[in-house]
Design a protein around this ligand. Structure first.
Ligand code: GLA
Length: 699
C-alpha cells in the first residue's frame, strides 16, 4: 500500500498531486483542475505486480534514481570518480504553502541531498531540482533533470518545435512512441532547430479543444528533452540542461539547481496552454516594468544599409521613419571600429570615427529631435580574429585544441565563464550606455558554440550561459531603464531564461510576411505578441526573393512588437501612405494586441487566422490571411473564439486600406457573439497573399 502522505497544489485551472510512494516523492497527477480528492486518486492508482517484473515496481519519482532500479531514464546521473553512482535519496521533509511545495530527500550513504521546489504561479508550474553535494569529495554531475512529471497514456501526440535560420518555430507533430522521444540541443545557444519547448496532447486536441500539456525549460544553452513511455504504460516528460563530459563538478558543499521547468496544462486545447504561458510571462515584474508605456514602433537599419553606414543616409532614414510614425530608431551592426563586413571588428565596441567622425552624438541628437528614442546593436559574446580584442587576448576564446577552430560567420566565442572576459565586456557595453542616451540594446549572438572548451581544458558551454546571464544581470542592475532584445541570428535564443533579463525577442531574420505567419504562429505557442519583434520588410524580401504587397507586410507585422526594416527611400507614395496608416492602426489597437488573449483559430489549409480578444470580451481583432488558393470557390466558414456569446458585436473591416474586389460583405453588421462562435463568418474570396483585419466591438 502506498504511504498515504500526499500534497496538493491547485491553480485556477490545474492540479498537481504529489505522493510519497516507496519513500520517494512522486507526481501522481498533473492535469486540468481536479474535482476529486487526492486520496481517491491514490486509491485508484494501485497496481499489482506484472509477470517478469519487479515484485514492486519502482514509482515514477520526481527524480528517477538509479538506486531505485528505475528502468527508464534517470533524473540524476552523478558519480565520484565512478563510485557513488547509484543514488537513492529518500523523502525527508516537506515545506508546504498553498502554492508551493519544497520537498527534501536525502541519500546519506552517498552524501546527496535532493530538493524539489514546485511552485504554482497562477496556472503555470515553476519547478526546479537542486542537488547538494554533502560528501567530502567532488561529485561529477552528468545529468540532473528538473522535476519529472507524468503524462497519461491517452495523451498520444507530441508537438515539438523545430526550424532553421529564417525559418524558426515550426511545429512538428508526431505520434508518441513507446520508448523515448528525445531531443537534444548541442549548439550552445537555445537554437533554431531544437528549442526547449514541447507539447503533449490528446490525439484529437485542436487549438480550442482537448487536453494539452505545455513544457518549457528556461535555459539558453544545451539541453535534453525526453518524452518517455515505458512498456508498462507509464509516461513522463523530463527536461534538463545537457552537461558535456565533466562539465559540471560539485566540490564538497557545493550545489547545483536545474534551470526552471515551466509547465502548464489546459482542457481548452493548445490555445489554452498558450494563454496560460502568456499570462504567466505578463505577470512577471520584469514584464510589468515595461507595461507602463506602450512598446514603441521600431525602425531598424539592418536591411536598409547593412554594413554600409553613412551618417547622412542614416539621418535621412531617421527623418523618413519619424514621418511615418516610428518611435524608436535602432542602429544595427556596422557602427563600431573596423566593422565594414562580417569579417572584422567584433570585440572592439568603440564608435568607428572613420565613419562617425563626431561619434554617435549627432545622429542620436537628430533621432531625439524627431521625437524617437535610440537603440544600438551589440554582440558582446563574440570576437573576430581580425580585431584589436583578439590580438590582445587570443586566449580568451572557447576552443578544443588541437582541433582547428570551426569557422562560423568568421567569428569566435569569448569564454564568458571567465571573470576577466565578463568584466571586460561588461565595461565595454557599460561605457557605451554611459556615454550615450541609449534606450535599447539589440543583443545578438550569431554563431553556435561548436567547440565549447575553456582554457583549463574543461568543457565550458554551461558556464558560458551562466556568464552571459551574469553580464546581462549586471547591466540590468546598473542601467535599469535600458531595454534589451534577445537576438541570435534571428530567433535562436528565445527562452524564459534569457527573457528573465531581456524585453523582446527578434523572432526571425525572415521578414517575408507569408513565411512569418507560420513563424509567428509557432512563436505564439509560448510567447505573447508584445515580445515578438516583427518588422515590415523590403518590397522584395532579401531572404526569400518574394515580392509581397505592402498591405500584407503591414498586416503581418502589426500583430507583434511592430517595426520597419527596409530602405525607406524605396517607398512609392501609395506604400508610404499605407505604411503610415498601418502604423497608426497598430498604435490604435496596441493595448489590445499587447495585452489581449490570443486565440489561434482552427482553419482550412492555406488560411492563417487568429483573434486577439480583450479578456472581458469587449473588443477583438481578427487577422485572416489567405496564404494560398482555397480548395473551393469560397474559403471555408470561420468560427471565431474568445468572444462573449451573449453580447452583440459590430464588425468593421479595418485593413487593408483599399479592398478593391475583396469587399467584406459582413462589414458593418451587428451580430451576436454566439453566431460568430457557433455558426461562423464567411470570408470573402481573396487573392492569395491578401490579409484582412476585422475589428469586433461589443455594442
Ligand atoms: C543577425 C541578426 C540580424 C542583424 C545581423 C547583423 O543576423 O539576426 O537582425 O542584426 O545579425 O549582423
Amino acid at each position: 500500500m502506498p504511504d498515504p502522505r500526499h500534497f496538493r497544489l491547485d491553480g485556477p485551472g490545474v492540479t498537481l498531486i504529489i505522493a510519497i510512494i516507496a519513500q520517494v516523492p512522486v507526481a501522481l497527477y498533473w492535469g486540468p483542475r481536479l474535482a476529486a480528492d487526492a486520496a481517491d486518486v491514490l486509491a485508484l492508482a494501485a497496481r499489482a505486480a506484472a509477470n517478469a517484473s519487479p515484485d514492486v515496481a519502482a514509482p515514477l519519482a520526481l527524480t528517477p534514481q538509479l538506486g531505485q532500479g528505475w528502468p527508464g531514464q534517470p533524473g540524476l546521473a552523478a558519480h565520484r570518480d565512478g563510485r557513488d553512482w547509484a543514488s537513492l535519496a529518500l523523502f525527508e521533509a516537506a515545506a508546504v504553502t498553498p502554492s508551493r511545495l519544497v520537498l527534501t530527500s536525502r541519500d546519506a550513504a552517498h552524501g546527496l541531498l535532493l530538493t524539489h521546489d514546485l511552485r504554482l504561479d497562477g496556472d503555470v508550474l515553476v519547478a526546479t531540482t537542486r542537488l547538494d553535494n554533502l560528501g567530502d569529495t567532488a561529485l561529477t554531475v552528468d545529468q540532473l533533470a528538473a522535476p519529472v512529471l507524468p503524462i497519461p497514456a491517452d495523451a498520444t501526440r507530441i508537438i515539438g518545435l523545430e526550424g532553421r535560420w529564417a525559418g524558426e518555430f515550426q511545429t512538428q507533430v508526431l505520434d508518441r512512441p513507446t520508448g523515448i522521444w528525445l531531443r537534444e540541443n548541442r549548439r550552445g545557444r537555445t537554437s533554431h532547430d531544437a528549442p526547449p519547448t514541447l507539447f503533449v496532447t490528446d490525439a484529437n486536441a485542436s487549438e480550442t479543444q482537448g487536453r494539452a500539456w505545455g513544457w518549457h525549460l528556461g535555459w539558453s544553452g544545451n539541453h535534453r528533452l525526453a518524452v518517455e513511455t515505458l512498456s508498462d504504460g507509464r509516461g513522463s516528460v523530463a527536461m534538463a540542461a545537457l552537461h558535456l563530459p565533466g562539465e559540471v563538478r560539485l566540490a564538497s558543499g557545493e550545489s547545483l539547481t536545474t534551470p526552471p521547468l515551466y509547465a502548464t496544462v489546459s482542457a481548452q486545447g493548445l490555445g489554452g496552454v498558450s494563454r496560460r504561458f502568456h499570462a504567466w510571462l505578463r505577470g512577471r515584474p520584469e514584464h510589468a516594468r515595461l507595461r507602463a508605456k506602450p512598446r514603441p514602433v521600431h525602425y531598424n537599419s539592418w536591411e536598409a544599409v547593412y554594413f554600409d553606414h553613412d551618417p547622412a543616409v542614416l539621418t535621412d532614414l531617421a527623418s523618413r521613419a519619424a514621418a511615418l510614425g516610428v518611435e524608436r530608431f535602432v542602429l544595427d551592426d556596422g557602427w563600431f571600429e573596423g566593422r565594414r563586413s562580417d569579417r572584422a571588428g567584433l570585440g572592439d565596441w568603440r564608435v568607428d570615427r572613420a565613419i562617425y567622425p563626431e561619434g554617435l552624438g549627432p545622429l542620436i541628437d537628430h533621432v531625439h529631435g524627431l521625437g524617437m528614442d535610440f537603440g544600438l546593436w551589440v554582440e558582446p559574446e563574440m570576437v573576430n580574429p581580425d580585431s584589436a580584442l583578439f590580438r590582445a587576448h587570443p586566449d580568451w576564446v572557447l576552443g578544443t585544441p588541437p582541433a582547428p577552430q570551426i569557422g562560423f560567420r568568421h567569428q569566435l566565442v569569448l569564454d564568458f565563464g571567465r571573470a576577466e572576459v565578463r568584466d571586460h565586456l561588461y565595461a565595454a557595453i557599460a561605457a557605451l550606455l554611459t556615454a550615450h542616451p541609449i534606450a535599447y540594446l539589440k543583443w545578438d549572438m550569431n554563431r553556435d558554440i561548436s567547440q565549447p572548451g575553456g582554457s583549463d581544458g574543461h568543457a565550458a558551454a554551461w558556464a558560458h550561459v551562466l556568464g552571459v546571464y551574469a553580464v546581462l544581470d549586471r547591466l540590468r542592475a546598473e542601467f535599469p531603464a535600458v531595454e534589451i532584445e534577445s537576438c541570435a541570428s534571428g530567433g535562436g535564443r528565445a527562452d524564459f531564461g534569457i527573457l528573465a533579463r531581456t524585453d523582446r525577442i527578434w523572432t526571425s531574420d525572415s521578414n517575408d510576411a507569408l513565411d512569418r505567419l507560420a513563424i509567428q504562429r509557432g512563436f505564439s505557442l509560448l510567447f505573447p505578441a508584445e515580445l515578438m519583434g516583427s518588422h515590415v520588410g523590403p518590397r522584395r524580401c532579401h531572404i526569400t526573393g518574394r515580392v509581397l504587397a505592402m498591405p500584407l507586410r503591414i498586416a503581418t507585422a502589426m500583430f507583434g512588437h511592430m517595426g520597419l526594416e527596409m530602405d525607406l527611400r524605396e517607398l512609392d507614395a501609395a506604400e508610404a501612405q499605407d505604411l503610415a496608416a498601418g502604423i497608426a492602426l497598430h498604435k490604435a489597437w496596441r493595448p489590445l494586441i499587447h495585452g489581449g488573449d490570443l486565440h489561434r483559430l482552427d482553419s482550412e489549409i492555406g488560411v492563417n487566422a487568429f483573434l486577439i480578444a480583450a479578456a472581458d470580451g469587449a473588443e477583438a481583432l481578427l487577422s485572416y490571411t489567405m496564404v494560398t488558393q482555397p480548395r473551393g470557390y469560397y474559403p471555408a466558414t470561420l468560427r471565431l473564439a474568445g468572444l462573449d456569446p451573449a453580447a452583440h458585436y459590430r464588425l468593421r473591416c479595418v485593413w487593408p486600406p483599399r479592398l478593391g474586389d475583396a469587399a467584406v460583405l459582413a462589414d458593418g453588421v451587428r451580430v451576436s457573439g454566439a453566431a460568430l462562435l457557433q455558426a461562423g463568418w464567411q470570408p470573402p474570396r481573396l487573392h492569395p497573399g491578401t490579409a484582412l483585419v476585422l475589428a469586433l466591438t461589443r455594442e
